[in-house]
Ligand binder design. Structure first.
Ligand SMILES: C[S@@+](CC[C@H](N)C(=O)[O-])C[C@H]1O[C@@H](n2cnc3c(N)ncnc32)[C@H](O)[C@@H]1O
Length: 194
C-alpha cells in the first residue's frame, strides 16, 4: 500500500531490525515530551517501525504508525503495541486526537517532510508536543551516515537541528533544540491559538 522507496528496505530488514539496533534513548525522548503544555495521555510514534521508541516510554497510551507492514508486525507481535499502517504525510488519525507525537530516527526517511510536520500539527491537541530525534548531517558522524544511507540507495534527506526548528516554527509550533550532537532532539509545542 505504502511500499515505496525506503519502506521496501525496512520491510526486508524488519526481522533483523531489533537485533542490530540499540534501544531508543528514552531519557532524551522524555525530556522532549516534558515540554508539553498539557497532560500526555495519548502518544503517536510516527515512522515508529517495530516500536523501539514507543517501547522506551511508559505512561501514555502509545500507538505506532508506519508505512512498513513488516515493521508494524514486529511492533505488534514482539512488543504488544497498538500499530496502524499509514503514511506520515497523511496520518490515519483525527484532528487534535493526541497529546504527543514522536518521530525517532525516521524523519530523514519520510518522503514529504513538510506534510509530516503539517499532519503532526493537525493531530496534536493545543499544548501538545512534537518530539523529533534525528541525526545532524553537519556533524562528522552525520556526514558518514548521510553517505552510507545514500550509498545503499536510500532517499534520506537530513536536516540540521536549526533547519528543523525553523520548519517547525513556520508550521506554527513553538520550537526549540533540546540537545545537539550526532543525534539531536528538536521539540515543537503546538500553539494553543493555532
Ligand atoms: C530507521 S526506521 C526507525 C523506526 C523507529 N522509529 C525506531 O526508532 O526504531 C524508519 C522508519 O520510517 C518508516 N517510514 C518510511 N517512510 C514512511 C512514511 N512515508 N510513512 C510512515 N513511515 C515511514 C519506515 O518504514 C521505518 O520503519
Amino acid at each position: 500500500m505504502f511500499g515505496t522507496g525506503d519502506v521496501r528496505f525496512f520491510d526486508r530488514l524488519a526481522p533483523l531490525y531489533d537485533l542490530v539496533m540499540p534501544p531508543a534513548d528514552g531519557t532524551a525522548l522524555a525530556a522532549g515530551i516534558d515540554r508539553a503544555e498539557r497532560p500526555i495521555c495519548r502518544l503517536l510514534d510516527v515512522g515508529g517501525g517495530s516500536g523501539r521508541a514507543a517501547a522506551a516510554l511508559t505512561g501514555p497510551e502509545r500507538t505506532v504508525v508506519d508505512a512498513s507492514v513488516g515493521m508494524l508486525r514486529r511492533a505488534r507481535t514482539a512488543r504488544g503495541l497498538s500499530a496502524v499502517a499509514g503514511d506520515a504525510g497523511a496520518l490515519p488519525v483525527g484532528d487534535a486526537a493526541v497529546d504527543a507525537v514522536v518521530i525517532v530516527d525516521a524523519f530523514h526517511h519520510l518522503p514529504d517532510q513538510t506534510a509530516t510536520i503539517r499532519e503532526a500539527a493537525r493531530v496534536l491537541a493545543p499544548g501538545g508536543v512534537l518530539v523529533v530525534r534525528e541525526f545532524d548531517p553537519t556533524h562528522p558522524l552525520g556526514r558518514v551516515l548521510v553517505a552510507g544511507e545514500h550509498a545503499v540507495g536510500m532517499g534520506s534527506r537530513f536536516l540540521s537541528p536549526d533547519d528543523l526548528a525553523t520548519d517547525l516554527t513556520a508550521a506554527g509550533f513553538e520550537s526549540s533544540v533540546v540537545d545537539r550532537g550526532f543525534g539531536y532532539t528538536v521539540v515543537g509545542v503546538r500553539n494553543a491559538a493555532e
